[in-house]
Design a protein around this ligand. Structure first.
Ligand SMILES: Cc1ncc(COP(=O)(O)O)c(C=O)c1O
Length: 359
């Protein structure tokens, strides 16, 4: 069976070695005579899976001891609400940076709980830039500063960690977590849905500094309360056990590949090739300022929009799947997360060149 190169933005391509291992262990996990899906989350087998998975994440991201690592449900979308619910700490305002569709969603949700101050916005450039840090207006009385390190839809990525001017820095890292080393100690909270670089959908990783745990008012429901989730090792309710297991397999795969620093080199190489091919062509273009082009999500448009349908159909025929851009921006988008091999990017570049030659 031939597998396509899947350029989907998420859920997205997983390492084939992970899928094969899951297949092999499906009926009998390591002599337990059970599938991981059938195990009690309190049983010794699953507890071992969970512990290894968490330790591997801590190791891969070098997460300092003064952080809690939670594995929750409800996606990054639930965090849009949980963050203000948990860390406003009696304050009435939070600051947000708006660099695209996902920042905009986070801002909208936070607005239900507090006043939102827009520290900076690139809406005027149709979200193709990141405002100069020097121009940001951060209110020192706000509870925290939130930004999105990679805008999955607009293809805009931060290459530097912003200075939060003493506020806790909160980051939606859904689409570039584990793609490059980050200094976790600069953050109050990092959160990410797993369905891009970490596994299938169904788990949200939340890395939260201890001083931000325990600040939620009593009215916050228990499953949405960081302190209660931390105290119960994210097992306040039955966790998404099979997805934790798959997340664990992806982390083991990443370790075997050389870890985050090694994968960053590959990601740089893949993205660089693809942007060079786009910039050198007269059919394709990418609107994002070069300094903040995403290594993970590469949107591009065809000079003649009427060719879009044919491009997508032919790509699919050539084993290149899910290249359609997000409905809000149109065109194409190639998501090239950790699990996309360089051969997939090479095949895409070759296909694009051939399509341009024949059209
Ligand atoms: C950057 C970013 N934030 C948030 C989300 C929403 O994630 P979820 O669907 O897991 O709630 C996505 C989904 O693609 C995303 O890319």
């Amino acid at each position: 069976m031939a597998r396509i190169y899947n350029f989907s933005a998420g859920p997205s391509m997983l390492p084939e070695a992970v899928l094969r291992q899951a297949q092999q262990e499906m009926l009998d996990w390591q002599g337990s005579s059970m599938s991981v899906m059938e195990m009690s989350h309190r049983g010794k087998e699953f507890m071992a899976i969970a512990e290894t998975m968490k330790n591997d994440l801590v190791e891969l991201m070098a997460i300092p001891d003064n952080y809690k690592v939670l594995f929750l449900q409800g996606g990054a979308t639930a965090q849009f609400a949980m963050i203000p619910q948990n860390i406003l700490n009696g304050k009435s305002k939070a600051c947000y940076v708006n660099t695209g569709a996902w920042s905009t969603s986070a801002i909208k949700e936070a607005g239900k709980y507090c006043e939102v101050g827009i520290a900076a916005s690139s809406e005027d450039s149709k979200f193709t830039t990141i405002p100069d840090f020097a121009s940001w207006s951060i209110d020192p009385d706000a509870a925290y500063l939130h930004y999105t390190s990679n805008e999955t839809i607009h293809g805009v990525e931060f290459n530097e960690i912003p200075d939060a001017k003493g506020l806790p820095l909160v980051c939606d890292m859904s689409s570039n977590i584990l793609s490059r080393p980050v200094d976790v100690s600069r953050y109050g909270i990092i959160y990410a849905g797993t369905q891009k670089n970490m596994g299938p959908s169904g788990v949200t990783v939340v890395i939260v500094r201890e001083d931000l745990v325990g600040l939620a008012p009593k009215t916050v429901p228990s499953v949405f309360n960081y302190e209660q989730q931390a105290k119960s090792d994210s097992m306040l309710n039955t966790p998404a056990t099979y997805n934790w297991y798959l997340l664990g397999l992806v982390l083991q795969w990443l370790k075997a590949e050389g870890g985050v620093a090694a994968i960053e080199q590959r990601n740089l190489q893949k993205a660089d090739k693809l942007y060079r091919a786009i910039d050198a062509s007269s059919l394709y273009s990418n609107p994002v300022a070069k300094a903040c082009r995403s290594r993970m999500n590469v949107p591009f448009v065809l000079a003649d929009e009427s060719l879009d349908k044919e491009f997508l159909a032919l790509a699919e025929k050539n084993g290149l799947g899910s290249l359609k851009g997000h409905r809000s921006v149109g065109g194409m988008r190639a998501s090239i997360y950790n699990a996309m091999p360089e051969t997939g990017v090479d095949a895409l570049i070759e296909f694009m060149a051939e399509f341009e030659r024949t059209h």
